[in-house]
Design a protein around this ligand. Sequence first.
Ligand code: BTN
Length: 234
Amino acid sequence: MRIFHFDELGSTSDYLKEKKNKKQWDLVIADIQSSGRGRRGNLWVSPPGAGLFSFALKEDSNLSMEEYSKLPLIVGIALLEGLKNIVELDYKFKWTNDVYLSDKKLSGILVEKVGDFFIIGIGININNLEFLGESKNGISLKSATGEKYEVLDTIKIVVNSFEKYWNRYIRGEWKEILYEINEKNYLLNRNIEIEFLGSKISGIGGKILPNGRLEVETPDGIKEFMVGEIHIKL
Ligand code: BTN
């Protein structure tokens, strides 16, 4: 694994997307980002002490796009399990790919495709106590435990965890991985609202299905969602 570490970048994902001669597992880390990006065009506030990194996964022509559609879910569970090695807390997986702790966002994932690479960008609130922008309802490992953690070690553990999960997935262990994902399903039995194609649908979150979709019990019956922004209704 080649590691490219910077004091500051606009965005580790943008840097890696534009990088020439990329290789599988190239890992770009920044101590801070001046224009960190979240999903749906959101800003990702990137202060010192946070884990801010992106790595490259080369597209394998033996895998279909349908198989790659599970990638965000696999990154999510690998991140959650990797974090357990840093400190054992009750992390939850919020479909499609956020990690929550105590009902607050701890980490976000941005998966993008450029050429024959998937660029996996992850932001983890580690030692930062500032959660502005999209992650204003945020929490960090430090704010949760009062302890400080090694940012670089945390990042390496998460990337190694992803490598293990990805190898399991390629070996055909999706069923087992999905079981693990569902055990951590933050949305299960919660009142939620999904913003989908400009409309809002309310319902009760269900399980994550073998096709990667989220099952939701709506007033019009059980529906499956592939994408959508989820809000929890308290
Ligand atoms: C989200 O929850 O909306 C995804 C947030 C992803 C943020 C990370 S920080 C490292 C990488 N570089 C970026 O610009 N974004 C991702």
